[in-house]
Design a protein around this ligand. Structure first.
Ligand SMILES: [Mn+2]
Length: 432
């Protein structure tokens, strides 16, 4: 398959239908922003420079612990997953990198690298997996039922450490430079696990992984409040996460998955604190209503996503030094995963573009004058601005589709791959 899985003529034909309307909307927005002292072209260029990695596991249909309802033409392995990721990038032009999950995506590294290069893709942070058993992996015969990096049995901890180091080695071979470590370790009953000793064991294991990290690599630890453990989780919140990153050293950073907090937690403030501590490593973007719902980024609470980006833009140079990794981490149960990932990347860019429109000088003035109403209005004014023409223009300038979901549907890609890829089984719950 060429680096353009969809015939570029389809994109051009679709763009022709929308070009006139986009030009008109873009000019009108440009005029309006000009009155606010904002040059629209500068915003377009910044948006073009903003990218987010797609998760390899996101292009398959996800599921809940009750069931999984597969869609047509699901990718059967990592090579087909990369084809789907290339579609997302070709049309949306915001997602040039893919985040892999090992062992799900294990393959010959040189074949993987070659395939990705032919599609114009690269690899972002690697993800290890010690939250499920791997009966087919001769290097991981021991069970993670009662934990991995914090397990009471040193042999299980050693196996989990070794797996993480294997993932780093694999990542090195394909050009990745970071590993994200998320563990499901925790307990379901008060008293089941000693809260202190579990954490000490985790730290000891994490230090062993850190010691094996190449010099130009970063380690991202990812916290999550609950699930699969429902009473206590070893790396449960940003406080524990920050402790870990500080204990490990300068190559260790915290990863913020937007769905991994208690409902209503002020995530943007956590982001601000992690920037202050110079420990913000990256994001897993998604959205949620109740818990770790893994819904499409920006689909439920776009204002919260905007407020996170408001902190990122506000941080300015401090953020450039941290250059946090941007990744999507969500599960698509009822939509075509390609469409969800195209739209999510767009929603993430939307929040970024809106945050760029905040009049920072005016905001500071309102804050220092204790004018709560005008400070709030200052943010809302940026959030209320429909930046759709900016996002579309950024894509158009990069050869993408003005309306990427319409172009995807016009391309017939899903029907084509459905004919080539036999349907997978629907049984078996859990996120894939
Ligand atoms: Mn995550």
């Amino acid at each position: 398959m060429s680096d353009r899985p969809i015939d570029q003529e389809v994109v051009e034909t679709e763009n022709e239908k929308r070009q006139k309307e986009l030009a008109s909307d873009f000019a009108a927005l440009g005029e309006s922003l000009d009155r606010r002292g904002v040059a629209i072209d500068a915003v377009v260029e910044k948006v073009r420079g903003f990218t987010v990695a797609v998760p390899s596991w996101g292009v398959g249909t996800g599921g809940t612990r009750f069931a999984r309802f597969p869609g047509p033409g699901e990718p059967r392995g990592i090579m087909e997953k990369l084809d789907d990721c290339a579609v997302i990038q070709q049309l949306g032009r915001a997602t040039p990198a893919v985040s892999l999950h090992i062992p799900w995506d294990r393959a010959d590294p040189s074949a993987l690298k070659e395939k990705a290069a032919s599609l114009g893709l690269s690899f972002d942070a690697m993800n290890s997996n010690t939250f499920q058993d791997h009966p087919d992996d001769p290097k991981q015969p021991l069970s993670y039922k009662f934990g991995s990096l914090s397990h009471a049995d040193p042999a299980v901890r050693a196996q989990a450490v070794e797996h993480n180091l294997d993932v780093v080695e694999f990542g090195q071979a394909i050009g990745s430079r970071a590993i994200t470590v998320w563990i499901g370790d925790g307990s379901n009953f008060p008293g089941q696990a000693d809260l202190s000793r579990s954490f000490e064991r985790y730290l000891e294991s994490a230090k062993a992984i850190y010691a094996g990290l190449p010099e130009d690599w970063r380690l991202f630890s990812e916290h999550k409040m609950y699930e699969p453990a429902f009473y206590s989780t070893v790396v449960q919140d940003w406080g524990t996460n920050l402790l870990i990153a500080q204990e490990l050293g300068p190559q260790a950073f915290c990863l913020v998955d937007l769905g991994h907090h208690a409902p209503n937690v002020n995530i943007e403030q956590i982001v601000s604190r992690l920037i202050f501590a110079q420990k913000l490593g990256g994001f897993h973007f998604n959205d949620a209503k109740y818990g770790d719902d893994d819904l499409d980024a920006g689909s439920v609470d776009p204002f919260r996503l905007f407020l996170v980006f408001n902190e990122l833009v506000e941080a300015g140079e401090a953020l450039e030094r941290l250059h946090p990794a941007h990744m999507i981490d969500q599960s698509h149960n009822v939509t075509d995963p390609i469409e969800s990932l195209i739209r999510s990347a767009d929603e993430i860019r939307r929040a970024y573009a809106q945050a760029l429109l905040v009049d920072r000088k005016a905001l500071r003035g309102h804050q220092d004058a204790n004018d709560a109403m005008m400070a709030s209005e200052c943010l809302k004014r940026a959030f209320r601005t429909d930046v759709t023409p900016i996002l579309a223009e950024a894509r158009r300038r990069d050869g993408g589709a003005i309306d990427p979901i319409a172009a995807y549907r016009a391309s017939g890609y899903r029907a084509k791959v459905a004919a080539e890829r036999p349907a997978s089984k629907g049984s078996g719950g859990g996120i894939v």
